[in-house]
Design a protein around this ligand. Sequence first.
Ligand SMILES: NC(=O)C1=CN([C@@H]2O[C@H](COP(=O)(O)OP(=O)(O)OC[C@H]3O[C@@H](n4cnc5c(N)ncnc54)[C@H](OP(=O)(O)O)[C@@H]3O)[C@@H](O)[C@H]2O)C=CC1
Ligand SMILES: O=C([O-])CC(=O)C(=O)O
Length: 279
Amino acid sequence: MLVHMPARRVGIIGCGTIGSQLAIAVDTGAVRNASLASLFDVVQNSAQALKQKLRTSPPAFSDFDDFMKTDCDIIVEAASQEAAKKFAAKVLRAGKDVMVMSVGALADKALLAEVLKEAEKSGRRLYVPTGAIAGIDAIRAVRHLLDSVTLTTTKSPKALAGAPFFETSKVKLDEVKERTTIYEGTAADAVRAFPANVNVAAVLSLAGIGVDRTMVRIIADPAFTTNQHEITAKGSFGEFRFTVNNVPSPGNPKTSYLAVLSAIECLRSVCDDGMRIGS
Ligand SMILES: NC(=O)C1=CN([C@@H]2O[C@H](COP(=O)(O)OP(=O)(O)OC[C@H]3O[C@@H](n4cnc5c(N)ncnc54)[C@H](OP(=O)(O)O)[C@@H]3O)[C@@H](O)[C@H]2O)C=CC1
Ligand SMILES: O=C([O-])CC(=O)C(=O)O
């Protein structure tokens, strides 16, 4: 007799680029064994506009407490680091799994400890997709042998615009006419300075040697039309170099299309995984 896991009811926080594509993937059956339970966005229009595109027409909320009253098994945060900070532990406390895209929020060690404690207490899980990078499986496997890990992110000035970094930095993005290194520092500082650009640095840190030892370099390059992330990792295992040249997603130049696809693949494997490939 075949024993099927019951279909997972999915709630989505953030109805922008990633949230919309994820909702469409569930709605069209591309993520099997899942149904859309509920949508939430601070902007009521974004949640309503997404609802209108969907066959299953799930309820759409701009109030978090109302959203949480709907029956969900897993809630995906695809909104902002602020949203991840506010909601990740609450979702787990309410007995639901949580998948976090704004992973930079988890660079805050106190928050990460709180989230993990809630996961343990409730018996639910925190899922962190690989996102817009590659090689996380290998980094996890060698984490205890790593001496150094560096992420070099290159984006066009358009994709970096609006980052809090520019509020205090001498760098003026509109004056950047050639390839320029604008930031070098720890992943811990990078995710605060560029919260919509290098959440991948937090994913890499969680998989490897942590946010204080993972180094990040950010390059603004007006000639770039892709979002490039290059990881170099060294240790007694040897050396890795992983480079992705990502097409930006149509709705948001900051967000690579790979991040959308990774979110869909992570949810697919949570909901319907007879076979697990990779570590
Ligand atoms: N881990 C990874 O590899 C990657 C992570 N990301 C991160 O994933 C998140 C989603 O990305 P993306 O879909 O492109 O972003 P978008 O800006 O396209 O969409 C986010 C949506 O969430 C809304 N929102 C923001 N804050 C809140 C909140 N506190 N509560 C509810 N809704 C909120 C936004 O509203 P408003 O527009 O008004 O702010 C917007 O409608 C971002 O934090 C992004 O930086 C992106 C790419 C890669
Ligand atoms: O999508 C990308 O290229 C990476 C990104 O924005 C992030 O990690 O926040």
